[in-house]
Write a protein of this length. Sequence first.
Length: 241
Amino acid sequence: MNEQEWTSRTELLLTKQRQEILKKCRVLIVGLGGVGGYAAEQLVRAGIGTITLIDNDQIHLSNINRQIIALNSTLGILKTEAFKTRFLDINPTLNIDIISLFVEGDNILPILQRGYDYVVDAIDTLTPKVDLLEACIKTKTPVVSSMGSGGRMNPEQIKTGDIKESHHCKFAYLVRKYLHRRGIFEGIKVVYSTEEVPEIVYLETDGSNHKRTIVGTISYMPAIFGCYCSSIVVRDLCAKT
């Protein structure tokens, strides 16, 4: 494959200098669900040279409505493994590292200390999410964090900004609350929605999947959240020139 050919349209937009910057960048994506999967793919297609993917889950039938990697042919496969195969099919020269584990407390800092130019936080479980965000602040690693895309249908109400500016999002409220307990009030870029979520879309669970509730989703909203996240990463990295 001629690398110049597949990146030529991106280079035309960004300039060769910025394309080379992206090629040298290292990005960590944590959580490969609807949001994280789309974010990761857009970053690979944009020409990010080194990607690390973290997720401990397999692909399930219930993922098919919104996750780019979820197909009947990929059911039961670890998301990390499936994405590695897919991304190397997009860019065979990609440097890709996969870590199939559940991110929490003690295992986050050693990963971040490997050194990343940007982190995409697409975790949908509260405590691990806050653990990751705190670690990014401590290590001064740039991060963009996705708040709740579930229960919403109107992409026109998606916003971006600092965590302190997020509003009308129950998940963002809880993330802010937990961060405040750790002395963190700002300095984290987020993607969130101001659309109200009806209580009827929530379903209580037994907690076996690290979640107390699950929420209804539509196909396009997690994808758009993921695209917003990847856009922030690419624009911030390009702004360094």
